[in-house]
Design a protein around this ligand. Structure first.
Ligand code: NAD
Length: 492
């Protein structure tokens, strides 16, 4: 039985996607389900099993059996081969995976295709890295040899949000499997179909039963149960700052190490000597990609005053030309993921109106967009004071905030002046300033004269301050998914 309602195109049968445990599709023990809603139309097109505490427990036990059994005995080179095979299968299934994702999340098809490509690339990167992760020998006293061993934690838990299910799954599960762990994944209740299909592909690639288990369900039920489960040895959480705090507290009760990839209010600093022509499409894309529902969205632009009016005018021209519509229409933006997310953005925009903020430009929702879809036209807000709620909080929608600054010191103070610190962009031709600012920005990543670096599978990623701690992506992630053991041998 397939885990999925086989959504290879836009007309899906209304069947139930099951949990994926021990390489098998199984119903939730309670038999309960949750609806799957198409954000482009607001209609229900399927059901997913509603995993709960008992299902999570079953998945963790299955992962433990795999770790103590066949998967734990699989050597690093073979783990790498299996991940490379999985990368090939994802490439083979790129189009149906993209269509599932696009229907489930509302993201335009080409963005969903890019996510599927990135997913394959994560498995390829970590497949190649699996047998290159090793400990060291250390100088110590005469008569000793001391070495470090990099060992998998055992069972790792992965709590995934709805905005980039495939990419976030790839970066965290790919690294964890490469390091030799067995995984239990809790996808977001609003977007889990693509991940259930990837579970099937992992089984087809040859991962032993229990190596990768996927339990969809509500955050407060399946998510909380996974965070609290004493059989989980490491937890990766990607999601909002408030939930991250709860998850870290639950994990702390059983001393489970956690990687927290949380929210952001990422600034781009544009100095008077910037190449504005090069910057402009990047500044716009950094906020409209995935309809602004991106943790690293460039959601604030800080502009040196002497070029402020010209920059806002150019941004406004581009914003007015942007189009939002159904995911299948593949426009600049799709709908937001849920009615709840749409309401959240509306609340921020009502606040902007109540505060008399300047709406410098707005894009369009196309006429043929279904009226029940969760659409929001992109909005450009100018002259927003740094202390305003819209400058301080993550909106998670296509709303760009622009604020002028007078000098480098003020630009830095504004950039660092929120609780977050995930990503920052700096646009200037002055090499000394580039380095000065890169060092002083409180941010996990800094991009100079570019932003986002095309997804950056190879580039360590993570936040400071309320954006979280720990790093995923790149080789660095492998360290988080292992623990270091020191072995000291006295041989005289
Ligand atoms: P969310 O925190 O509501 O949910 C994320 C995941 O946590 C979901 O799977 C959800 O079911 C689960 N969850 C909810 N409550 C839980 C609980 N009590 N215990 C355990 N799990 C629980 O976040 P969201 O709305 O799905 O995603 C948007 C947020 O994620 C934004 O703040 C965004 O910035 C952040 N995000 C961060 C990154 C990053 O890498 N830093 C990437 C993507 C998204």
């Amino acid at each position: 039985m397939s885990a999925l309602p086989v959504p290879a195109d836009a007309t899906l049968p209304a069947t139930t996607a099951q949990l994926f445990i021990d390489n098998e599709a199984v119903p939730a023990q309670t038999g309960q389900t949750l609806p799957v809603v198409d954000p482009s139309t607001g209609t229900v097109f399927g059901q997913i099993a509603r995993g709960q505490r008992d299902d999570v427990d079953r998945a963790v036990r299955s992962a433990r059996r795999a770790f103590d059994g066949p998967w734990g005995r699989t050597d690093a080179a073979q783990r790498g081969r299996l991940l490379l095979k999985l990368a090939q299968l994802v490439e083979r299934e790129r189009e149906p995976l993209a269509r599932i994702e696009s229907r489930d999340t509302g993201k335009p098809l080409r963005q969903a295709r890019a996510d599927a490509t990135a997913l394959a690339r994560y498995f390829e990167f970590y497949g190649g890295a699996a047998d290159k992760l090793h400990g060291q020998t250390l100088p110590y006293q005469e008569g000793y040899t001391v070495m470090t061993l990099r060992e998998p934690h055992g069972v790792t838990g992965h709590i995934v949000p709805w905005n980039y299910p495939m990419q976030i799954f790839g970066r965290s599960v790919g690294a964890s499997l490469a390091a030799g762990n067995a995984c239990v994944v809790k996808p977001a209740e609003d977007a889990c179909l693509s991940l259930l299909r990837i579970g099937e592909l992992a089984a087809e690639a040859g991962l032993p039963p229990g190596t990768l288990n996927i339990v969809p369900g509500l955050g407060a039920e399946a998510g909380q149960a996974l965070a609290e489960h004493p059989g989980v040895d490491h937890l990766s959480f990607t999601g909002s700052t408030d939930t991250g705090r709860r998850v870290a507290q639950a994990a702390a009760a059983h001393f489970c190490p956690v990687t927290l990839e949380l929210g952001g209010k990422s600034p781009q600093l544009v100095f008077a000597d910037a190449d504005l022509q090069a910057a402009m499409p990047v500044l716009v894309n950094a906020i409209i990609q995935n309809a602004g529902q991106t943790c690293s969205a460039g959601s604030r632009i800080l502009v040196e005053r002497s070029i402020y009016d010209a920059t806002v005018a150019q941004l406004a021209e581009r914003f007015a030309a942007l189009r939002a519509g159904p995911a299948s229409a593949d426009l600049d933006l799709g709908p937001l993921v849920t009615r709840k997310q749409q309401q959240r953005v509306w609340d921020f925009l009502s606040d902007a109106q109540a505060s008399d903020l300047r709406f410098a430009a707005q894009g369009q929702i196309v006429d043929h967009a279904p009226s029940e879809g969760f659409y929001q036209a992109p909005v450009l807000l100018a002259d927003v004071p740094i202390e305003h709620r819209l400058s301080q909080h993550e909106i998670f929608g296509p709303v760009l905030i622009v604020t002028p600054f007078d000098d480098e010191a003020q630009a830095l103070a504004f950039a660092n002046g929120t609780d977050y610190g995930l990503v920052a962009g700096v646009w200037t031709q002055d090499g000394a300033r580039q380095m000065r600012i890169a060092r002083r920005l409180q941010s996990g990543q800094v991009f100079i004269n570019n932003y986002g670096a095309g997804g950056g599978v190879e580039l360590p990623f993570g936040g400071v301050k309320h954006s979280g701690y720990g790093r995923e992506k790149g080789f660095e992630a492998l360290y988080a998914f292992t623990s270091l053991k020191t072995v000291a041998i006295r041989h005289g």
